[in-house]
Write a protein that binds this ligand. Structure first.
Ligand code: NDP
Length: 605
């Protein structure tokens, strides 16, 4: 069923009353422990981190190796780094990843119903170069994972790649002009350049709900789905759940994708909700072969730019993607960033409220039970949380075997050996799934999981103790030849792919130029880094003002500003400017704004 509420009745919205309701709902969710409410999958929770897709008994001998480049992480960022390095003529590239294969997010996230939520023709990289076309507008996770493997094969990136291996330490050795990198398998690399692509949302987190480790049934995080227990695969057929009472905690982008298949296959499904997700129309459809046949060389880049323009508030001719992202963002709103026009903030606020009103009205059309429909309604600005899209999530609540347990913003109270407690009532469960997300924009070293010591042994945590300092969100002074891909002071876009592509193209060019010139080390000049940090800090207040009014989420550090993390903000100039800037730097020789020092001869082993 397609739910398209008409605009009828929009004009009767009382914006002041809505603003009051938003503030009230926000207040219910504010907690003094903010980001401290979550816990990493370590210590007594380390069993949640186990990789169900890799051989737990895997062993190998430690490796000692000199390499020109070490890439940490084999997701989209690492793969694109590998491709650009190869294309720039850099052959000696090694990869290390904790996972058992390339794929990153798409290696880990194999939960039922997993799909990309950006159109796959612009989100999945290198379609033209590999001759692959996703079978649907929003591709299944398995297809995207296969494309990652295809890219790795085509650019010969498997050669020397070490999987099921976690980097522990990176120490800059100034005499050798190399990074000495050690891993949890006893490996030691001496790498001239390190490109760290550890992912934007890659460290799973669990809520600090009391009793979480006492649950005696089966429990796992969505990024470690246990198909041995549930049966089936990402397409469903979860026959192991036929006689099971299943609970899901979390109703974000992951929750809304895995709830429908869980409902279809479980005896009974309880969905524990703290804050409802906004759920807009998805409109997935099979790829049209006639459309594919009509595509001309260069189509993917053109289409990708079209989306970046439209979602930056710039109407770039025809809206090629024409989905819920571009429909909304074609109108400049509070967070479009790159919008060229200055828009009245009151008008922007009202546009967000109107959008959310439509989202709420879709719920009335889809959900039969009035109390359930009311509980599913989100009351916050559209961009306070990652918007969700689904054509079957809301309808799932009409099934007799599905119960929405709304926690009225307070979250799950307790977990017992038998189940989950909300408002004093225990829900007995056989299986409990945590769709509770990932660490986001906290400390870089906490997210990446390794310790970095740059020049004079200064650690990155020490260097950033009073705030992050980078150039383009990619390099930091004092850490020569080290490149990172993260959201800290970086450009952001709704579609991450063009950002990752531009960043890795730039990084590859810097590395290729340095290798060609036998340059020992490159790092940002003080002036260039100061200027970049200045731009970030100057733009941060506007974004913060918006996020401060938002319901708690990982976007706003769960509603509480973190002093030390304030300069982690993204580049405020928007995606279009950021992409243009990196392109310009690359085209003009890549080394501008960097200080190059020393000479580095190739070490012969
Ligand atoms: P999120 O962080 O978005 O969602 C976590 C969920 O867990 C929220 O609903 C949160 O509630 C809930 N939660 C946390 N603690 C408790 C508690 N104590 N009691 C009850 N509920 C709790 O994680 P996701 O994995 O859903 O998504 C993370 C990101 O990954 C997305 O924003 C998106 O960028 C990406 N993603 C992309 C997909 C795609 O491309 N297809 C698919 C899935 C994810 P509350 O809202 O109140 O905090």
């Amino acid at each position: 069923m397609t739910l398209n509420p008409t605009s009828q009745g929009e004009t009767d919205i009382d914006f002041n009353e809505l603003a009051r309701k938003y503030a009230e709902e926000r207040a219910k969710r504010l907690r003094s422990d903010s980001i401290g409410q979550y816990q990493a999958l370590t210590g007594k929770l380390s069993m949640f981190a186990r990789d169900p897709n890799a051989d737990p008994d895997f062993t190998r001998k430690p490796v000692r190796r000199d390499s020109d480049v070490l890439v940490i992480g084999g997701g989209f960022g690492g793969l694109l780094a590998g491709v650009h390095l190869r294309e720039a003529g850099v052959e000696d590239v090694a990869f290390v990843d904790k996972a058992g294969d390339f794929g990153g997010t798409w290696y880990w996230n194999r939960y039922p119903g997993v799909r990309c939520d950006i159109e796959s023709y612009i989100y999945v990289p290198l379609l033209e170069e590999t001759g692959f076309i996703p079978t649907e507008k929003y591709a299944k996770g398995a297809e995207i994972f296969e494309q990652c493997q295809r890219i790795a094969r085509q650019w010969d990136l498997y050669k020397g790649a070490l999987f099921q291996t976690a980097v522990k330490d990176l120490i800059w050795n100034a005499d050798r002009q190399r990074w000495i990198v050690t891993t949890d398998r006893g490996d030691e690399f001496a790498a001239r350049f390190v490109v760290s692509c550890t992912g934007l949302l890659s460290s799973p987190k669990l809520p600090g709900i009391p009793g979480i480790e006492t649950f005696e049934g089966k429990s796992f995080h969505t990024s470690r789905w246990d198909y041995e227990y549930t049966g089936g695969d990402a397409d469903g057929n979860l026959t192991g759940l036929a006689d099971k009472k299943v609970g899901v905690i979390g109703t974000g982008s992951t929750g809304i994708q895995c709830v429908p298949p869980l409902a279809e296959w479980s005896k009974h499904l309880y969905v524990f909700q703290r804050t409802p997700c906004s759920v807009d129309q998805r409109g997935n459809r099979p790829t049209d072969p006639a459309w594919v046949a009509s595509l001309e060389p260069g189509w993917q880049e053109k289409r990708s730019w079209n989306f970046t323009y439209w979602t930056s508030g710039v109407r770039d001719g025809e809206d090629m993607i024409a989905d819920s992202w571009t429909n909304l963002l074609g109108e400049p709103t509070a967070l479009t960033g790159g919008a060229t026009e200055v828009v009245d903030p009151v008008a922007m606020q009202q546009a967000e409220m109107l959008k959310m009103e439509k989202v709420r009205r879709r719920i009335d059309l889809a959900v039969e039970d009035r109390a359930t429909a009311e509980a599913l309604k989100p009351y916050y600005n559209y961009f306070c949380k990652r918007p969700g899209f689904s054509d079957d999530y809301l309808q799932t609540y009409n099934r007799p075997n599905v119960t929405l347990v709304d926690t009225a913003g307070r979250g799950v109270e307790r977990i017992t050996p038998k189940g989950v407690v909300v408002a004093g009532k225990e829900y007995e469960l056989d299986c409990l799934v945590f769709a509770t997300g990932f660490d986001f924009m906290t400390e870089y070293t906490r997210e990446s999981g390794f310790h970095i010591a740059g020049r004079d042994g200064v650690s990155l945590d020490e260097h950033w103790a009073t705030g992050a300092r980078t150039l383009y969100g990619i390099m930091t002074r004092g850490f020569p030849n080290f490149f990172m891909m993260s959201l800290v002071q970086s450009g952001i876009a709704i579609n991450y792919m063009p950002i990752a592509d531009a960043q890795t193209a730039y990084i590859a060019e810097v590395i290729a130029k340095s290798l060609a010139g036998d340059i020992g080390s490159v790092e940002p000049s003080q002036a260039a880094e100061d200027a970049w940090v200045g731009e970030i800090l100057a733009g941060a207040p506007a974004r913060r003002a918006f996020l401060d009014s938002c319901t708690p989420s990982y976007f706003n550090y769960e509603g509480q500003r973190q002093k030390a993390l304030e300069s982690n903000e993204p580049y405020p100039g928007g995606a279009i400017k950021y992409l243009g800037l990196l392109d310009e730097q690359r085209a003009s020789g890549a080394l501008a704004n960097l200080e190059a020092a020393g000479r580095c001869e190739k070490v012969t082993e």
